[in-house]
Design a protein around this ligand. Sequence first.
Ligand code: MN
Length: 263
Amino acid sequence: MPKTIARQKYGVYRLFVVGMASNWCGLAHSSKYNYSAMLFCYAALPYYCAAGRNFANNKTKGIMAHTLPALPYAYEALEPHIDAQTMQIHHSKHHQAYVDNLNKALAGTDGENKTLEELMSNISAYGPAVRNNGGGHYNHSLFWSVLGGNGSTPTGKLADAINETFGSLDALKEKMNTAGATRFGSGWAWLTVTDGKLTVSSTPNQDNPIMDIAEVKGTPILGIDVWEHAYYLKYQNRRPEYLGAIWNVINWDAVAQRYEAAL
Ligand code: MN
């Protein structure tokens, strides 16, 4: 942020200097219209400054720092399935650290001008700090948005696609749970739209299906975090138990919206 402000000021001062220089040239070279030229230039000065400010703002739009999205519900909203303390640490510490470290990794590089999605889709061009922290920021932003439901089930086109592809919602859950439980170490289980079809997959660490290096590429519409930090306080080493419980708090309306947007 300090860099953004510095650039804005620089833009304003530069155009201010240009304005003053042209003002001086007008006085020096016009013999007949000196007085009106001077008045014109002084009258135009605020517009120069405003133009400078707009110019600088537009120029710096692309390098706004990434920020932690607010949770769309309270930390305790997913109790008893996911406890408030886990949610608080997960969101305000883990996700915040991904955001901060992503901004640090991007500072002063071309990546500063890219959206998160642009970074992900060309992630092979970046180092591990952008891959891990950018992936962490993308994945958790998606994760919070598909939680917060209270026992709802899929409806509409999404329900039809789940039944058609997997046979039933329970069969999808089982496939997702297997993908999450068998991911060695840390990672994610995903429900993804790939060429219009639903697919279940998993990724290691903070990778995701929109990364150009992903084994199964597509648009993720549901992601389940299987890092220990997502469940250890309540479930300790019992990852399958956490995976069984999380289905109680999936926000299927949010997943359905993502599904329809991905088609
Ligand atoms: Mn996590």
